[in-house]
Design a binder for this molecule. Structure first.
Ligand code: HEC
Length: 94
């Protein structure tokens, strides 16, 4: 008899605490609009203060990106998979 009561009380208490946790999580959940505000694209490309942009560094990056010598086998560059004509992707379905 007491065992059945204890089991019922346990189930009830567990249920109430799950409900309380779910309600708290819902109250703290951000709306879609709030999330969007945090991920607005910057108006300019951000560069670290200690490593500002220069045309020379941009050109070096471009050369390295298309350079096959970066791969061990000497025939793969970043652009092999990040093909500019496929919107910097590999063109394969996800
Ligand atoms: C063998 C194929 C391959 C090569 C070579 C490759 N990548 Fe990737 N890269 C991928 C894949 C696959 C992903 C994941 C794409 C995704 O999540 O949809 C990725 C993701 C990335 C991302 C993250 C993109 C994002 O939107 O989060 C960056 C940055 C990146 N690669 C840069 C490079 C650079 C720089 C090089 C050359 C040094 C390079 N990759 C070479 C296949 C490659």
């Amino acid at each position: 008899m007491l065992g059945k009561f204890a089991a019922t009380a346990f189930v009830a208490i567990t249920g109430v605490s799950i409900l309380a946790t779910a309600t708290t999580a819902l109250a703290e959940a951000k709306s879609r609009e709030e999330w969007k505000k945090e991920y607005i694209r910057p108006t300019a490309i951000p560069f670290p203060e200690e490593n500002p942009y220069s045309a020379e560094k941009a050109e070096l990056g471009r050369k390295l990106f298309f350079d096959h010598r970066l791969s061990g086998a000497n025939y793969i560059s970043c652009a092999t998979c990040h093909n500019p004509s496929f919107s910097w992707g590999d063109g394969l379905p996800k």
